[in-house]
Design a protein around this ligand. Structure first.
Ligand code: ATR
Length: 277
């Protein structure tokens, strides 16, 4: 029987995961069956139980089930523990291994695909929700010069800064602040990890934060020039990116974890790219 995988969420129609994993399977010569699974709210565990009973080998997890998957897992990888959420599961007998590849996908896209080192650079992350939390450990592992988390709700930024600081063993300066406290500081990489772009909103960010030669990166994808990227562009930033590469890279990590072979992501990124205009 062909090995079965799925992405589970609610809604799920919008998910690009089946397209991505089917493309990866083709280029890697792997025979897999990858489908979308709509689970009712509150029905995550029984939907996954049924999928496993029918021989399912692994799953990607999307909103709103990343915390349900965290609770469902028997073995949480450090990435999932640090993120407090799960985006990929692997089933082996009674075991449910769980990972979160979003952060590592982001870092791989930035460092490898966009050729933009994080090491030794000043990093600003907007937002202090799940997306930021997932990105913290992989970013800290790159040894930036400094990491600042800025959020409307300052207490959440402070909480994540404390987490990152503990992970970096205190060797990298980390701050958690409000937008008004940014002052005249400038940064080499600015990540928008808020959900503002999904609502076509702009975080209350001054255009002066972008340093010369800065990369402005919006973690959302497929939205073209978001208000955040527009602000960066108007400020003279020429290196702009959205999260399409992050999406492809987190999928490639899951595929490699499941199948033991890492697909090239270039064709998928090209196919899913929406021009930033
Ligand atoms: P996700 O899992 O996508 O990170 P989340 O956990 O709901 O989603 O977090 C959303 C983040 O976007 C939060 O940091 C939120 O700021 P608050 O904590 O102050 O609410 C941030 N956010 C959402 N809309 C925003 C906006 N218009 N401007 C600035 N920040 C915004």
């Amino acid at each position: 029987m062909t090995d079965r995988y799925a992405v589970i969420g609610n809604p799920i129609e919008q998910s690009k995961s089946p397209l991505i994993h089917t493309a990866f399977a083709q280029v890697c010569g792997q025979a897999i069956d990858y489908t979308k699974l709509l689970a009712p709210l509150g029905g995550f565990a029984s939907a996954v139980d049924a999928f496993r009973a029918a021989g399912g080998r692994g799953m990607n997890v999307t909103a709103p089930f990343k915390l349900d998957a965290f609770a469902y897992a028997t073995d949480l990888a450090p990435s999932a523990q640090m993120a407090g959420a799960v985006n990929a599961m692997k089933f082996e007998g009674d075991k449910v291994y769980a990972e979160n590849f979003d952060g590592v996908g982001l870092v791989r896209d930035v460092v490898h695909n966009l050729s933009c080192p994080i090491q030794g650079r000043r990093i600003l992350i907007l937002g202090a929700g799940g997306a930021t939390r997932g990105a913290l450990m992989p970013i800290m592992d790159q040894q930036p010069a400094e990491l600042v988390i800025v959020n409307r709700t300052v207490a959440k930024a402070e909480e994540l800064a404390a987490l990152a600081l503990a992970h970096g063993a205190g060797s990298i300066p980390v701050g958690g602040i409000g937008y008004a406290d940014l002052g005249a500081q400038t940064f080499d990489l600015v990540f928008n990890a808020t959900s503002a772009s999904l609502k076509t909103e702009l975080p209350p960010l001054s255009a002066s934060v972008f340093a010369q030669g800065c990369l402005a990166y919006d973690l959302t994808y497929g939205k073209g020039l978001t208000p955040f990227l527009q602000l960066a562009k108007q400020a003279g930033v020429t290196h702009l990116a959205d999260g399409v590469g992050m999406l492809a890279e987190q999928a490639a990590e899951a595929f490699a974890w499941w199948r033991g072979v890492r697909p090239d992501t270039r064709a998928v990124i090209e196919r899913l790219t929406v021009p930033l205009v």
